[in-house]
Ligand binder design. Structure first.
Ligand code: 2AM
Length: 198
């Protein structure tokens, strides 16, 4: 099974992104746009995993989630990977502070790599992929995309859990099926307390 761990978005944020990108989507550039229902933040892409590994991931992620209290993220503006001159992935970003989501992603990566899952070698840049390019774009198209989203707010994403998803690649596009939610049900103060006890 192809799987990833991610954070879902409220309908209002997905709608705000869909309406802010409607104009650029209407330009018919060679871009595969993410269906609004599929918009999400990826925390860890697991790739192909066996059913036995799914149970292990669930155990590990429950432990990670219990170390965090809910927090929120504010979606604003956009960018392109690897850059606006040669865009492959078009994304919506988040305002600082991002320490909590970075810490969450890091703790997830530590738990997973400790259990033998390969560690993501790219630095974590929290984002929502809104499109992937499928061919050559007109000159300055990437800059225009980023300008179209610049300074635009898409709302607050309350993060009270994260989710293990199955991702099936169908001819009509990716189909994501949520398998398990991990509630952030800790106080978020566990590490500070442990440090004090030392
Ligand atoms: P991204 O959109 O943040 O780039 C589900 O397929 C999610 O997993 C995608 O949205 C993508 O996150 C991420 N993903 C897909 N294929 C990947 C890969 N080969 N390596 C890393 N992340 C991947």
């Amino acid at each position: 099974m192809r799987a990833f761990l991610g954070i879902g978005l409220p309908a209002g944020v997905r709608e705000a992104i869909a309406s802010a990108t409607a104009k650029v989507r209407g330009l018919h550039a060679p871009v595969a746009w993410t269906a609004p229902k599929n918009l999400h933040i990826t925390l860890d892409f697991l790739g192909e995993i066996s059913p036995e590994r799914v149970a292990l991931v669930e155990r590990l992620m429950r432990a990670v989630a219990s170390g965090f209290a809910p927090f929120s993220l504010t979606a604003e503006g956009g960018g392109a990977f690897p850059g606006t001159r040669n865009p492959r992935v078009l994304w919506v970003g988040f305002l600082e502070p991002l320490e909590l989501v970075r810490q969450l992603q890091q703790n997830m990566g530590n738990a997973l790599s400790g259990a033998g899952f390969p560690r993501e070698d790219r630095p974590f840049h929290p984002h929502i992929t809104v499109g992937r390019t499928r061919g050559a774009l007109p000159p300055a198209w990437g800059e225009r995309f980023v300008q179209a989203l610049s300074g635009k707010g898409f709302g607050v994403v309350p993060v009270s859990s994260f989710t293990l998803h199955e991702s099936r690649l169908e001819p009509s596009g990716a189909v994501y099926t949520p398998l398990c939610d991990f509630r952030l049900d800790g106080s978020g103060k566990r590490e500070i307390r442990e440090e004090r006890e030392l």
